[in-house]
Write a protein that binds this ligand. Structure first.
Ligand SMILES: Nc1ncnc2c1ncn2[C@@H]1O[C@H](COP(=O)(O)OP(=O)(O)OP(=O)(O)O)[C@@H](O)[C@H]1O
Ligand SMILES: [Mg+2]
Length: 346
């Protein structure tokens, strides 16, 4: 008898979108059960390192930790930068997603989403991390495929569909058809680069140093992919004055932020244009009808859809639930055998 049978209802299959910025977990028959920042705080006491908090609580600590605590983001540019810490984070999130006791007595089929550009070494590292965290079997799914399934696109049909997943670390552009990826292209530009652009603009033009978390808040509040009419929305921003070193506050406009973001937004537009140029003509014809679907948190930047529609001349729409689309699609691929072809052994 297979072990999975033995444990019957205690099977906890799950799909994990281990993003650069957010980790989202989907559990079979339960849906999305966890959606938290990919941040872990490690405390060192008398030379011994231990996990203090993970996720939401750890993100609140970023940039504010005392010397013996480090709030770390173990993923950068969509791939694992610190494998040991990433493993601890995966372990914590897997346990939290399921809850209860007897974690290691259970069988966990795990699907992990990977960027199309990731190497064999990176894929193996993820697999090992998930196995060490308690997975019994690990399969991988390409992120744009998961995003497309999550967005409800017809990926099992002989029809081309274009997905642009704008995450925190990377933007993935892919053309999908018949459960396969006909074209894909990934650029290391996403939400993090937009935050950096905002912080460096404010530093250069206002002599104000702001942290990562503040830059992200500015982006959410008044960020935009195209200039507004006039100055647009206005915001007060607090940080440290570079000249006198004191805490200070400045006023900033949407027009200014849109200008600061234009270069990074331009790089994403260029990746989409290059994907369109390299797509086979039959699939291009489908994309004219279907348009482009945007997923990922970056897709929520004000007027990103309009900017891409202008650049490409195609209809562009932001998927419902853009932030959890990838995990939902991966979960669906695990649950529904019609999608079996999109999963691969790690
Ligand atoms: N309303 C919004 N406006 C602009 N950006 C947003 C908004 N909401 C979320 N974001 C940005 O989306 C990014 C996170 O998106 P997402 O969770 O899809 O990334 P990820 O999956 O963790 O990263 P990756 O796929 O690159 O590994 C962050 O940079 C966040 O600031
Ligand atoms: Mg993502």
């Amino acid at each position: 008898m297979k072990i999975s049978r033995l444990f019957g209802s205690s099977i906890h299959d799950m799909a994990i979108d281990l993003g650069t910025v957010n980790t989202v977990v989907h559990v079979r028959d339960r849906g999305i059960v966890l959606n938290e920042p990919s941040v872990i705080a490690i405390e060192t006491i008398k030379g011994v390192r231990r996990v203090k908090v993970v996720g939401n609580e750890a993100k609140l600590m970023m940039g504010k930790t005392p010397a013996n605590i480090q709030a770390i983001r173990p993923l950068r540019d969509g791939v694992i930068a610190d494998i040991d810490v990433a493993e601890q984070m995966i372990k914590h999130f897997m346990a939290k997603a399921i809850g209860g006791t007897g974690w290691f007595n259970r069988r966990h089929e795990v699907v992990i989403c990977v960027p199309t550009g990731s190497t064999m070494v990176e894929r193996r590292a993820l697999r090992v991390a998930a196995m060490n965290a308690g997975a019994s079997n690990v399969q991988l799914i390409e992120e744009p495929m998961a995003a497309a399934i999550g967005a409800g696109l017809p990926v099992t049909e002989p029809r081309g569909a274009m997905i642009v997943d704008i995450g925190g670390g990377t933007t993935e552009v892919a053309v999908l058809s018949l459960q396969g990826i006909a074209y894909s292209n990934s650029v290391r530009v996403g939400g993090d680069k937009l935050d950096d652009a905002i912080a460096s603009h404010i530093r250069r033009h206002h002599n104000l140093m702001i942290g990562e978390a503040t830059a992200e808040r500015v982006k959410h509040a008044i960020g935009a992919a195209t200039p507004p009419d006039g100055e647009g929305r206005l915001l007060r921003v607090k940080g440290r004055d570079l000249v006198n070193g004191r805490p200070a506050e400045i006023g900033i406009s949407e027009a200014e932020i849109a200008d600061a973001l234009s270069e990074a937004v331009g790089q994403i537009k260029a990746a989409v244009m290059s994907a369109l140029e390299q797509t086979a003509p039959e699939l291009s014809a489908d994309i004219i009808d279907e348009g482009i679907t945007l997923t990922g948190g970056g897709a929520l930047l004000s007027r990103f859809d309009e900017a891409l529609a202008d650049a490409t001349g195609l209809p562009v729409k932001v998927a419902d639930d853009a932030l959890i689309c990838v995990a939902m699609g991966a979960g669906k691929a695990l649950e529904d055998s019609a999608y079996a072809g999109v999963l691969s052994a790690a």
